[in-house]
Design a protein around this ligand. Structure first.
Ligand code: AMP
Length: 131
């Protein structure tokens, strides 16, 4: 059965996309720790990130770097934090989270509730800065 993220890739489930190419996709986390919290995934489904083949692994992180630069340009933050958890969704993904301190990347914190319009606006802003 395809993962929920594969269903996002196929368009079966909607998402707030910020960047995409033939192999990778970045979209907003639906339960964000901060405005601009983004997930970067390989379109090819692999559960554990360290099982991804070397070339694809490198390209995934290069794609995430591009997305992180865009987030940094349009979301006020000290820097963009990076985390890989993977306990909830068994499809490898990188969390990119705008942070100003260590507590901003604490996954046990309550998540933000954003409106559809806010998600759309944030996704558009990040997408517009992708180079
Ligand atoms: P983890 O697997 O522990 O890294 O957590 C999975 C992350 O995916 C969580 O932060 C969820 O909020 C996020 N998530 C789950 N379903 C969706 C979805 N349909 N769209 C966007 N983000 C999602």
């Amino acid at each position: 059965m395809p993962s929920i993220f594969s269903k996002i890739v196929s368009g079966e489930i909607p998402s707030y996309k910020v960047a995409e190419d033939d192999r990778f996709l970045a979209f907003l986390d639906i339960n964000p720790l901060a405005k601009g919290h983004t997930l970067v995934i390989p379109k090819k489904e692999t559960d554990y990130i360290f099982d991804i083949e070397d070339d694809e692994y490198k390209e995934l992180f290069l794609f995430a770097k591009k997305v992180a630069k865009s987030i940094g340009k349009c979301i006020q933050c000290e820097r963009v934090g990076v985390a890989v958890i993977g306990l909830e969704v068994a499809h490898a993904h990188i969390h990119l989270i705008p942070i100003n301190g260590i507590y901003d990347i604490d996954f046990s914190k309550p998540k933000l509730k954003l409106s559809q319009e806010e998600f759309q606006m944030i996704a558009q802003r990040i997408a517009s800065k992708i180079e």
